[in-house]
Design a protein around this ligand. Structure first.
Ligand SMILES: Cc1cc2nc3c(=O)[nH]c(=O)nc-3n(C[C@H](O)[C@H](O)[C@H](O)COP(=O)(O)OP(=O)(O)OC[C@H]3O[C@@H](n4cnc5c(N)ncnc54)[C@H](O)[C@@H]3O)c2cc1C
Length: 500
């Protein structure tokens, strides 16, 4: 029987394993599948920490337990249709309380703590409202420009014509066409883009590819006319990963899950396959016929003891990585000075003249993120308030850092993310032409769009289909991509945003 080794147990690797079984079932060829994860838990960037706040007013009888997602924390059911389908199948549903709508509010504030705009406002009846995008605290003409930009830009991103444009080029060229005010870029869009995990690079948001940014907006936040239905995982993103892995372990006997296995791969010239060993020497080696690399590209480049095939290595070395530092804490000094301006997402606008606006900084009020007015739990856990800061713009006071209830360690995580720049877009296209060469396949976030869960899942579907087809014929063969880079971006955008 064919044996497939998947390296990396984040959503990218799990998606390949799941889809190998589904695809194999359909075609009568399910291989033996081994998934190797370095850590003792699956999920990669889906990383939840639990906190014990002890007993207090309103929770006198039992300690108040809360959580924070250090990385992956939300998803848009309107666009993540492949993920929602899987969630439904495994019984991880909104109806049974596995996920809920989050409070989608945003405040922009400067490094002195002064709020600039917020999308929370009171309507004519004095009721609290949240406006999509950036709300009424903005000058009306700027607000109209933002709304128009989101609608038009979301659609334009699919046009190959704009695939070479930077954010700045697009905004400058299109502003006179659509009557967008000059403040649109500097005061709203660039700071907003700066709050995304895949931004950065030497010149920051202005030089980001327009299509890449809109890709994210469209899938995650509903630009281009598709409404956003944003949700958080009740109990944290780990719960979703645990439910997925639990279901697969119970229902997909073809998959063997290996944790604590820091995989290294050696080519076995006699068999034409590979041996997967564990760098710690505790496990393996295990012989596999083909390999799926589902780790970040910079790690994958070092997994083969004698190096990856040169073409793939050249492509992957174009992907840049940065590390986001996530800290869960109770330090209010990092928040806007006006307590009433706190939103779910609080984004720091860097000093004027700070061209690259580095590093990307965002602060979540965890109590608001894990909140939803439609829920009977709304505001039931208002206190104690705590925050999740990614790349804090001032150091968090050490005594305010929360401790992980399981380990007692400070709740700090370093999460690697690729920069979704023009090189990355070119690499995503080029790697399609290397899928299957020497029996090696490529999954993980860097291979597909901005690497959101739904995109990792789509990549898992595609890689599994290619691998199963190869196993049927007995030949792993790399084929030049049938789509141009522009067509690939367009078709992926349409697929991930649920348009096809
Ligand atoms: C701060 C942050 C916030 C994010 N928020 C969201 C969000 O809210 N929603 C969303 O959809 N996406 C979000 N993302 C994107 C997210 O990264 C992807 O959705 C997804 O988690 C990427 O999955 P992956 O499997 O490609 O990679 P990873 O999650 O990085 O998983 C790779 C796995 O490979 C393992 N590994 C590495 N080396 C080896 C080895 N030698 N042997 C065996 N295993 C190895 C790692 O331990 C890891 O578990 C966020 C990303 C970041 C950085």
């Amino acid at each position: 029987m064919a044996v497939v080794g998947i390296i990396g147990g984040g959503i990218g690797g799990l998606a390949v394993a799941w889809n190998l079984v589904v695809e194999g079932q359909d075609s009568g060829t399910i291989p033996e599948i081994h998934i190797f994860e370095k850590n003792d838990r699956f999920g990669g960037n889906a990383n939840t920490k639990q906190f014990d706040f002890g007993k207090g007013p309103g929770y006198e009888d039992a300690p108040l337990m809360r959580w924070a997602d250090m990385g992956v924390n939300d998803f848009n059911t309107a666009a993540y249709q492949n993920i929602v389908k899987v969630m439904d199948q495994i019984g991880f549903t909104k109806e049974n309380g596995s996920y809920r709508n989050l409070e989608d509010s945003t405040t922009y504030f400067n490094t002195k703590g002064h709020a600039v705009t917020s999308n929370a406002y009171k309507d004519a009846n004095g009721a609290d409202q949240l406006d999509p995008w950036w709300g009424t605290a903005m000058a009306p003409d700027l607000y109209a420009s933002v709304t128009s930009f989101m609608e038009i830009g979301g659609k334009d991103a699919e046009l190959p014509k704009f695939h070479d444009y930077t954010m700045e080029q697009y905004i400058q060229e299109q502003s006179p066409v659509h009557n967008w005010v000059p403040e649109l870029g500097p005061e709203v869009i660039y700071p907003r883009v700066n709050g995304m995990y895949f931004t950065s690079g030497p010149l920051g948001p202005r030089s980001m590819p327009f299509a890449a940014v809109m890709h994210y907006y469209k899938i995650q936040e509903g630009a281009g006319g598709i409404p956003a239905d944003r949700n958080y995982f009740v109990g944290g993103a780990d719960k979703w990963i645990d439910a997925l892995v639990g279901y697969m372990a119970d229902n997909m006997p073809q998959i063997t899950f290996h944790t604590g296995w820091d995989a290294r791969i050696t080519r076995d010239t006699a068999s034409g396959g590979y041996n997967v060993s564990d760098a710690s020497g505790k496990n393996g080696p295990l012989a596999v016929g083909s390999v799926v690399l589902a780790t970040p590209a910079d790690i994958a480049l070092r997994i083969f003891t004698d190096g990856l095939p040169a073409k793939a290595a050249n492509i992957m070395s174009q992907i840049k990585y940065e590390v986001a530092v996530s800290v869960a804490h109770t330090d209010t000094r990092l928040m806007p000075v006006n307590r009433n301006a706190w939103s779910t997402y609080n984004i720091v606008i860097h000093e004027p003249g700070s061209v690259a606006l580095k590093p990307y900084t965002i602060h979540y009020v965890a109590n608001r993120h894990q909140n939803d007015k439609a829920s009977n739990q709304f505001n039931k856990f208002g206190a104690p308030e705590f925050f999740l800061s990614i790349n804090p713009h001032i150091p968090v006071s050490p005594d305010k850092v929360l401790k992980d209830a399981e380990t007692g360690e400070p709740a700090v995580a370093n999460l690697s993310h690729f920069v979704f720049d023009f090189d990355c877009m070119a690499a995503q296209h080029a790697i399609e032409g290397q899928q299957g060469a020497q029996g090696i396949y490529y999954a993980s976030g860097w291979t597909h769009g901005s690497g959101l869960h739904t995109e990792c899942w789509s990549q898992g579907e595609d890689v599994a289909a290619k691998l199963i087809a190869a196993l049927k014929t007995g030949v792993h063969e790399a084929k030049a991509p049938t789509k141009s880079q522009g067509e690939l971006i367009t078709s992926r955008l349409a697929r991930s945003s649920g348009s096809i």
